[in-house]
Design a protein around this ligand. Sequence first.
Ligand code: ISE
Length: 324
Amino acid sequence: MSIGIGVIGTGVMGAEHARILRHETPGAHLAGICDADAARAQAVAAGATVFSDPQSLIASDQIDAIVIASPDATHAALTLACIRAGKPVLCEKPLASSAADALEVVRAEVALGHRLIQVGYMRRFDPGYREIKRVKDTGELGGPALLHNVHRNVRAPEWFDGSMAITNSFVHEIDISRWLLGSEMVSARVEAGPGGEPLMITMKTDKDEIVSTEVFVNASYGYHVHVELVARQGTISLAPASLTLLNRDRAGGLAYPDNWVPRFEEAYCRQMAEWVSAVKAGTSVGASAWDGYVASAIAEQVAEALAGNGVATLKYGPRPPLYD
Ligand code: ISE
């Protein structure tokens, strides 16, 4: 049986999730849509019901599960509303725009007693990242020593403000580094280049590994995400994600996309397919609400460190047994 999915928010990611649900997700269909801009919602509805507000979408009996892709500051309250309605959620990252709000979501899910929330840290579904994790987990490279991350956007999205290079972009590296290494981050050091960017963030893990990340949200030349794992007997890194080599104007090289949607298209499709299967089976996959909370808590402390003396001893409390 096909399950009905409602999508809240039809900006770049909401429109992409709606497209994936319509064309690339067996076993589910786009049943409802909602956006503060009704015309924008209508433009991606393709026959699905357009709801005038998120609460009526969440309450509707046409809607079995919900994708939240509205602005970051709305994620926590909408996720809490879905928990109250007992409906599964795929919430875009970050889970909340503050650690306190993310923790409230974790507490509500713990009180409910079962998991309803997946946070859209889609890199966990990217074939390249998955291969690095598979090889690392075989042990054939020896123990990990370092993880080098690079996160470059062409330009900061127009809705970026304050410390969103950390709370909206760097959160990906927090999540993927925890997932790849199976380690927890214990301390961080952050520095900014002239004019405030790029950022260079170095974290230490509970296994003494070093995780370095460059975050450069106005890097101009292309959307470029990279990682290299350095272990005691070898290294493994992402190959260039480009499918083509472009020769033009007496130069040749890789083609970079303008943003994350083409780069992570396969990851978004796999994420949706695996989430739908998990919803049907009553199980869970991907990043949990706890993972979402830890990413936001670390991001908040790194942002505070950037405004202060550049260093942080990271604190986020013990993981509730629901997430073991
Ligand atoms: C954006 O919101 C995303 O999630 C992208 O994956 C990330 O690369 C970008 O920096 C964020 O702003």
